[in-house]
Design a binder for this molecule. Structure first.
Ligand code: SAH
Ligand code: SF4
Length: 352
């Protein structure tokens, strides 16, 4: 397993080399009397091979490796816990050098491997049904820290990662720059080379960030956690986005579709007696018809101590049928790793 590395030889905190831009890395190497191509060599080690030590970088001169390791760290994570589900998915609690821990999940199926990563440790949005929301925000992650989760899962499964979702802990659009930089690195041929359409970011609906995201050139996939198309219900379930009305969200998503031509996903976790009533279903159909929506009906994962309960499977089926009857594509998301607490935030809750 990869260990967090700290260098005892330096008086100041060494910088994580992965936070440097290509330009900054080239400048640093120039200062050290090194040619520019060294930057590419180092980046290959860091982003493609996932090196956690400068000693691994065997095509660099020994003296340079020593200098770099006196000045920089390579981040890295420690595995604090790992659970393996009967269905093959694996959930990890990973700890960064400062002690902050986040979770991520690897979900294999056939020759595919999907990875779910966290964008923040905790979350400030306070959704009523979410274990992460209940704990509040610890801090945002850097792009490299988000990327590290994918590398960790890749190394543990020892196979290629075919898709990534930013659906673990945290609100990626409250940590926009780092989340986008991580997605770009995952997409880049200099990183893991995962197709942009196979990289999905999920937001609770931070409107200024959705507008910004619509202008990004990559074909990344966008998922919006809707959970109710009735303003009062949504306000109660998702207080963190109360200031962005459903009407405004509807408008902005229309602009997103016009601009990108891409189909957004709406996530809808069914909660018995709260957002699974006839009125709620009617409002959901109205919100989603004619706007290229794909609706993901999710069975609520029960959070310990929560007053919310999942709806019946029959009700979930009814939602899908009714959405289909007004021309809206909808599926029921298979919940993976039920037996290992793979629900958002639950492993961490347990490890405390
Ligand atoms: N903050 C982002 C992404 C992380 S949460 C967002 O909210 O979209 C990933 C998904 O898990 C979201 O759709 C979220 O609403 C959902 N979720 C949170 N708690 C859940 C629970 N107890 N059961 C089912 N889904 C849950
Ligand atoms: Fe945060 Fe998403 Fe959980 Fe809401 S559902 S509290 S936005 S992680």
């Amino acid at each position: 397993m990869q260990e967090a590395r700290n260098n005892p030889d330096v008086g100041v905190d060494p910088i994580d080399l992965r936070t440097l831009t290509r330009g900054q890395l080239v400048d640093t190497l120039k200062e050290l009397g090194q040619p520019a191509f060294r930057a590419k060599q180092i980046e290959e080690w860091v982003w493609e091979k996932g090196a956690t030590s400068f000693d691994d970088m065997t095509n660099l001169p020994k003296a340079l490796r020593a200098t770099l390791s006196s000045r920089f760290t390579l981040g890295g994570v420690q595995q604090a816990a790992r659970q393996v589900s009967e269905d093959g998915s694996r959930k990890y609690l990973l700890r960064y050098a400062d002690g902050t821990a986040v979770e991520c999940v690897g979900m294999p199926s056939g020759n595919k491997l999907a990875v779910c990563v966290s964008s923040q440790a905790g979350c400030a949005m306070g959704c009523a049904f979410c274990a992460t929301g209940a704990a509040g925000l610890t801090r945002s992650l850097t792009a490299a820290e988000i990327y590290d989760q994918v590398m960790h899962v890749r190394d543990d499964f020892d196979t290629r990662v075919t898709s990534v979702v930013l659906m673990g802990q945290g609100e990626p659009f409250m940590n926009y720059d780092a989340s986008l930089a991580a997605m770009r690195k995952l997409n880049s041929p200099d990183g893991l080379g995962i197709g942009a359409r196979h990289i999905t970011v999920s937001t609770c609906g931070v409107i200024p960030a959705i507008k910004r995201f619509a202008n990004e050139p990559e074909q990344f996939t966008l998922a919006v956690s809707l959970h109710s198309a009735v303003q009062r219900t949504r306000n109660a379930l998702m207080p963190g986005v109360r200031k962005y009305s459903l009407m405004h969200l509807y408008e902005v998503m229309g602009e997103y579709v016009d601009k990108t031509g891409r189909r957004p996903t709406y996530e809808y976790a069914l909660i018995r007696g709260v957002n699974d009533t006839e009125d709620e279903l009617g409002a959901l159909c109205d919100f989603c018809r004619d706007n290229l929506a794909h609706v993901n009906i999710i069975q609520l994962n029960e959070v310990k101590g929560s007053r919310f309960q999942p709806s019946s499977d029959a009700r979930a089926g009814e939602f899908v049928r009714r959405l289909a009857s007004v021309g809206v594509e909808a599926t029921i998301r298979q919940s993976r790793g039920q037996d290992i607490d793979a629900a958002c935030g639950q492993l961490k809750q347990r490890m405390r």
